[in-house]
Design a protein around this ligand. Structure first.
Ligand SMILES: *[C@@H]1O[C@H](CO)[C@@H](O)[C@H](O)[C@H]1NC(C)=O
Ligand SMILES: *[C@@H]1O[C@H](CO)[C@@H](O)[C@H](O)[C@H]1NC(C)=O
Ligand SMILES: *[C@@H]1O[C@H](CO)[C@@H](O)[C@H](O)[C@H]1NC(C)=O
Ligand SMILES: *[C@@H]1O[C@H](CO)[C@@H](O)[C@H](O)[C@H]1NC(C)=O
Ligand SMILES: *[C@@H]1O[C@H](CO)[C@@H](O)[C@H](O)[C@H]1NC(C)=O
Ligand SMILES: *[C@@H]1O[C@H](CO)[C@@H](O)[C@H](O)[C@H]1NC(C)=O
Length: 473
């Protein structure tokens, strides 16, 4: 019960009610997720090291090495998580940065990691291991022969992409052979998840001179995983291009794709700022709008970057209401649920939030039906401070509705309103594009709203949300 009191306080909810109203809105196009290119039927859950690397003063006890990563990820294996978030994902820095082995394949930096032993330790705890890569082979390895061929890397790879790598000619069979050799090596180490960063078009240059189109790398990594046959997820990064030509490529080859830039708090003493969260939510809105335009079913899950709901405000940078809103939106999107938290300084609120059984059941539903925006009062799909979202309804009449007050726009939310304080957020069935009667469960308040047939409404403080699970009445 302590948990519920904390949740209610964090949300700042004065009450959730049902009341009458009506207005016309456009028809709802229900969109769903289908199996991903590498055969997954749900998004990844786990932990990633990026935020602790980018903001060391938020996690002074953390060093990016094997012992500290094992300490972080062992928390995933134990109560109350018990492996529900299973992927322990290393960000940049685990591998040698300027050359590979005799065949130009990546090697781990053995001063900090022994990857096969890390994988074996994680696997023995029921967890999975993720590694980080960028496109291309090392320029320094140009004279090395690609495994299983008589061709050198330099013969199929030219130029400088700005990350100590050359740019492959993706039309060459030997380029695929190099990717196959790396994936086979990764599979022998026990790698289960690959984050492929700096993919263009989309990725910001970040001071590098990236080639304008490296979509070939995504196809080559996908084919290499398929050729090997191991269960490896391919997560591509960052802020990938959302035009139809490229969205099709990501959708056909990657299991998840980053929708936004990094959630990087630039060395701050907290992991994220609220304005950045507003930006991440806005980028998801743009992504699902593009998805609705091009697809009836999506085969790629969104990756909104790491979520920071586990630590208290002095570490996460988010109030309890904002932490709930972050989890609610990541979950509603069916996005990867990869924690960026310091797992050694979680509080009880964070643990309860992230392991809430009903919420994780909702996440299983939204991993099949992603939420899309429906503006309160109009059913439009614009960015809005006071927003409503709906996932589904499924053919059996199950749906998820999120109501939120994102607070005044910090400059990146796309809604440009500055309404302070507690607000009433109301979505009619017409706004949401649904009709009929639903049993409505308020997940965070663990409370049934009974049978509702017209609208849902909530009093929401800045940064607060409600997560409603609807089942056909
Ligand atoms: C985070 O962003 C800052 C710039 O704001 C940059 O200097 C730093 O390298 C970034 N950190 C990582 C890990 O990318
Ligand atoms: C590759 O070999 C050529 C010829 O021996 C040499 O000039 C070049 O520096 C070598 N390149 C690298 C990256 O080792
Ligand atoms: C590489 O060259 C050797 C010697 O010419 C030849 O025996 C071998 O079949 C070639 N391997 C491939 C993969 O082409
Ligand atoms: C996949 O990789 C593993 C580990 O290297 C290897 O044993 C296996 O033969 C590979 N599978 C295929 C089909 O190449
Ligand atoms: C952060 O706040 C918690 C209480 O929520 C407190 O126990 C902890 O010591 C604080 N940590 C830091 C680093 O200030
Ligand atoms: C929700 O409330 C029910 C009683 O209505 C209780 O049995 C259950 O433990 C509560 N769930 C949580 C997560 O607190």
């Amino acid at each position: 019960m302590l948990r519920l009191e904390l949740l209610s306080l964090g949300l700042g909810i004065a009450g959730v009610t049902a009341a009458p109203a009506a207005s016309a809105a456009t028809a709802l196009k229900v969109i769903s997720y289908a199996q991903t290119p590498n055969g997954f039927k749900s998004s990844a859950r786990g932990w990633n090291s990026f935020a602790l690397q980018a903001n060391p003063s938020a996690a002074p006890g953390f060093t990016f090495d094997q012992a500290h990563v094992l300490t972080q990820c062992s928390v995933l294996a134990s109560a109350p998580f018990n492996g529900q978030y299973d992927t322990c994902s290393l960000d940049s820095g685990w591998s040698v940065g300027d050359h590979g082995d005799d065949f130009g394949r990546l090697i781990y930096d053995d001063s900090v990691f022994d990857i096969p032993s890390l994988a074996s330790s994680l696997h023995s705890q029921g967890l999975k291991m993720g590694v980080y890569v960028v496109p291309g082979a090392f320029i320094n390895d140009a004279n090395k022969t690609i495994f299983g061929t008589n061709t050198t890397i330099g013969e199929v790879c030219t130029g400088n992409e700005g990350l100590a790598r050359c740019v492959f000619d993706y039309t060459r069979a030997e380029t695929q052979a190099w990717h196959n050799s790396v994936v086979n090596l990764f599979a022998s180490w026990g790698v289960d998840f690959v984050k492929l960063d700096f993919v263009t078009p989309g990725s910001p240059d970040n001071g590098q001179s990236l080639p304008t189109d490296q979509s070939g790398t995504v196809i080559a990594w996908h084919n290499a995983i398929k050729n090997n046959g191991s269960q490896i997820r391919l997560d591509i990064s960052w802020k990938l291009d959302r035009t139809q030509k490229y969205f099709d490529i990501w959708n056909s080859n990657a299991d998840s794709m980053r929708t936004d830039q990094d959630l990087n708090n630039s060395g701050s003493s907290t992991l994220v700022s609220w304005g950045t969260v507003q930006r991440a939510i806005e980028n998801y809105r743009q992504w699902i709008i593009a998805g609705l335009q091009f697809f009836d079913e999506l085969n790629v899950y969104p990756d909104l970057d790491n979520l920071f709901s586990g630590n208290p405000e002095n570490i996460s940078g988010l109030s309890n209401g904002q932490r709930t809103t972050v989890f609610t939106h990541w979950l509603g999107a069916g996005a990867n649920l990869i924690l960026g938290n310091d797992m050694t300084t979680l509080d009880d609120f964070g643990k309860s939030l992230l392991t809430n059984t009903q919420a994780l059941q909702v996440a299983d539903f939204t991993a099949q039906f992603p939420m899309q925006p429906r503006n309160p009062g109009s059913g439009g799909q614009n960015a809005a401070q006071l927003q409503a979202w709906i996932a589904g309804p499924s053919p059996s009449g199950e749906a998820v509705v999120v109501l939120t007050n994102l607070g005044p726009d910090n400059g990146q939310g796309g809604f440009n309103t500055q309404t302070s304080g507690v607000q009433t957020v109301t979505a009619t069935w017409s706004d949401l594009g649904i009709s009929g009667s639903f049993n409505v469960q308020d997940i965070w308040n663990n409370k049934s709203l009974g049978t509702v047939s017209d609208q849902v409404s909530a009093q929401l403080d800045e940064g607060a949300s409600v997560l409603l699970h609807l089942t056909s009445a």
